[in-house]
Design a binder for this molecule. Structure first.
Ligand code: ATP
Ligand code: MG
Length: 402
């Protein structure tokens, strides 16, 4: 038996009272069996979407076309989906049509892997026609039905397969693996966003030693040949580095892309539809990666001024993973000292403002900026000079020179 939240049980009961079958299903059942904490509780039911909506007070249509209604209970969302049969997949992505069914087994049959095709009801126990529990116990990912056909229906399943392997530490059943390797080219039908989401989950997955399945299968070469070649060439060190890297997608992308041609990183990530903020940060970090951060206070303060505290700290972390022999301890100590002292690192905290300069008789225009930059540079050298009095004296001297 598995423990499910009271609210999920309440939803199952309400559906049952309405004369419908209802089970929790999918990832939450799999994770519960594994003793992992499920992210969300999905429910599968014989009730039609319209029927589900009349049973609960707070619902919204999530994917009504695919039979999914979200039930909101105590500020939590529960996806309640009608038993469904997926029609033909002409495009390897979306079923052309879905039809509803009254048979649980038909709904389980459309799911990707046996471990994801188990239903559970607290009063009935497991409904597991494909022996998913046995595969979970054996640590095995196995396609439901004929694997090649299932990958041809929806090519994303191949990436899910590799990703689950790295998340759970599971092996892939030989027939499923052979089907995956034979169908990798179909991944090109899948949108860049969905590929990127899967890749990102893979970079963050705990069993890094399963990651090479991505390129050993040939799947990565179909996604990006350059990335595939660069990871194949650096596979061994990469896995060690990933294991040392905090679970942070920006940092993990940097580890993965460290050998990618620098000038092509932005284009690659744009193609993957990553958000601009992340693209900027990743390419900045990769740009700066090869030169160790300075250990001396002035150049370190200058670096903090140009790239900011967060990027500096990320850079230090990456450099200490990728080049453990470098003087990172010294840099770290210097950085901590600067941050603890609250040294001025930008115009925002400079003790003299543009307004102050104009009050001293400075002309409007570009010159204000130039003088402020000079004053900031002085303060980056000598933080104790960041007082209004000292900076006023310095500013007057600078103005006189002009
Ligand atoms: P995760 O921990 O990533 O959420 P999950 O198994 O819950 O894993 P979801 O994407 O949330 O994955 O999907 C929920 C369930 O829907 C899956 O367990 C599976 O039964 C089914 N499913 C999801 N995507 C597919 C797919 N591409 N093909 C077939 N079945 C799928
Ligand atoms: Mg899920």
């Amino acid at each position: 038996n598995i423990a499910i939240p009271q609210d999920a049980v309440w939803i199952l009961n309400k559906l049952n009272e309405g004369g419908h079958e209802a089970y929790i299903v999918g990832g939450c059942v799999r994770d519960s069996i594994l003793g992992r904490i499920p992210q969300d509780w999905d429910i599968t039911t014989s009730a039609l979407p319209e029927e589900t909506k009349t049973i609960f007070d707070h619902t919204f249509d999530t994917g009504i076309k695919h039979g999914t209604i979200t039930v909101v209970l105590h500020h939590e969302n529960y996806e309640v989906t009608t038993y469904r049969i997926d029609g033909e997949y002409a495009d390897c992505r979306h079923p052309d049509e879905v039809s509803f069914t009254k048979k649980l087994n038909e709904d389980l049959l459309r799911r990707d892997f046996t471990m994801n095709a188990i239903a559970y009801h607290p009063k009935e126990g497991f409904r597991d026609p494909f022996h998913g529990q046995e595969d979970i116990a054996a640590g095995m990912i196995r396609g439901v039905g004929e694997p090649a056909k299932r990958f041809q229906e929806d090519a994303l399943r191949m990436l899910r397969c590799v990703r689950f392997s790295a998340q759970l530490g599971f092996a892939i059943d030989p027939e499923t693996w052979a089907a995956l390797c034979a169908n990798t080219a179909l991944i090109q039908k899948i949108s860049a966003e969905r590929i990127r989401e899967e890749l990102q989950k893979l970079w963050l997955a705990p069993f890094a030693k399963k990651m090479p399945l991505l390129w050993e299968s040939g799947l990565l070469a179909q996604i990006d040949a350059t990335l595939s070649a660069s990871l194949i060439a650096n596979s061994r060190t990469l896995l060690e580095e990933i294991s040392l890297c905090p679970k942070d997608s920006i940092l993990r992308w940097c580890i993965v892309l460290q050998h990618y041609p620098l000038s092509e990183v932005k284009g690659f990530l744009r193609g993957m539809r990553l958000d601009n903020h992340s693209i900027k940060r990743i390419s900045l970090l990769l740009d700066e990666l090869s030169a160790d951060l300075p250990t001396e206070p002035y150049p370190l303060r200058k670096k903090l001024r140009t790239i900011g505290q967060e990027a500096t700290e990320q850079l230090l972390l990456l450099q200490s993973i990728l080049r453990p022999a470098s003087p990172h301890a010294e840099t770290k100590a210097a950085l901590e000292k600067i941050l603890a002292a609250g040294d001025c690192l930008s115009l925002k905290t400079l003790a003299l403002t543009g307004q102050d300069l104009m009050a001293l008789g400075a002309p409007h225009g570009k010159i204000l900026g130039t003088i402020l930059a000079e004053l900031l540079d002085i303060v980056l050298h000598a933080p104790e000079k960041n007082t209004k009095e000292t900076l006023t004296t310095l500013a007057l001297a600078l103005l006189e020179k002009r």
